[in-house]
Design a protein around this ligand. Structure first.
Ligand code: ATP
Ligand code: MG
Length: 237
């Protein structure tokens, strides 16, 4: 599948490493020396078995979890050099996250859930709700604006979550197994939606998935394995 891309790098990691502290002064080394590059307009898959560190990696490049070694550059800027406030601002403006289990707030409607990032960004309630309504329209959920998450199917909740991720107009989309909790057919529709929006909005996107079939929709796929990021050669054909 041909997607538009250019040569500008959006995300680059340099010798990235993460270790979590364990009891008794031990460390769990998840990965080290990761050099990864996402060019502007690319849609890249990251695969790998459970526990290998895919979520950890995504959280680190998305400003949610601090690396123990190495650096992350977003548009050439050293992410983890910044203050927590600057990182929070960058996340709000530049990054959209989609999670496996949607992470919608149960007490709010679909429309309110999508409006929240705009309210955090300091937009008026009126503008936030207006833009949220348009974002819901883009994911085909206009008719369910008033529904709470519990009243929606998994696929519908993920559509709302995609709208929430993109409502602030971010350049970078990070999706952590966005179809992992859905049946194949529903998952494929969500994937198609993400690919369509990726193109239409000129996003740069990283898609974590267990699924080789899903990785085939991407420009490139990497496998995180034994603490290393390897190019997955199985995409051709
Ligand atoms: N906050 C934490 N403290 C300690 N260990 C952690 C923490 N978060 C993750 N880990 C460990 O780091 C490793 C990588 O976890 P991670 O969630 O990144 O894997 P994953 O590849 O996303 O797995 P899955 O495919 O099951 O989602 C695992 O061994 C996990 O137990
Ligand atoms: Mg994970």
């Amino acid at each position: 599948m041909m997607l538009m891309q250019n040569d500008q790098v959006t995300v680059r990691t340099e010798n990235l490493g993460k270790a979590y502290p364990l009891p008794d002064n031990q460390w769990l080394r998840v990965f080290e020396g990761l050099n990864f590059e996402l060019r502007a307009g690319e849609l890249v898959a990251v695969m790998g078995v459970s526990g290998v560190g895919k979520t950890t990696f995504l959280n680190i490049i998305g400003g949610l979890d601090r690396p123990t070694e190495g650096r992350v550059f977003l548009q050439g800027q050293d992410l983890w050099e910044k203050s927590p406030e600057e990182i929070a601002l960058l996340r709000n403006r530049f990054i959209g996250f989609v999670f496996q289990f949607y992470h919608l707030l149960p007490e709010f409607s679909a429309l309110e859930n999508v409006a929240i990032p705009l309210l955090i960004a300091g937009r008026s309630r009126e503008e936030a709700l207006d833009r949220a309504a348009r974002a819901l329209e883009e994911v085909g959920m206009s008719s369910r604006e008033g529904a709470r998450p519990a009243q929606l199917s998994g696929g519908e909740q993920q559509r709302v979550a995609v709208a929430r991720a993109l409502v602030t107009g971010p350049g970078l989309l990070l999706a952590d197994e966005p179809t992992g909790n859905l049946d194949w057919k529903t998952g494929e529709r969500i994937l198609q939606l993400i690919i369509d929006l990726h193109r239409k909005k000129g996003l740069s996107s990283v898609l974590v998935t267990h699924n080789e079939k899903i990785a085939r929709f991407c420009h490139k796929a990497y496998v995180l394995e034994a603490g290393r990021m390897k190019l997955f050669e199985g995409l051709a054909g």
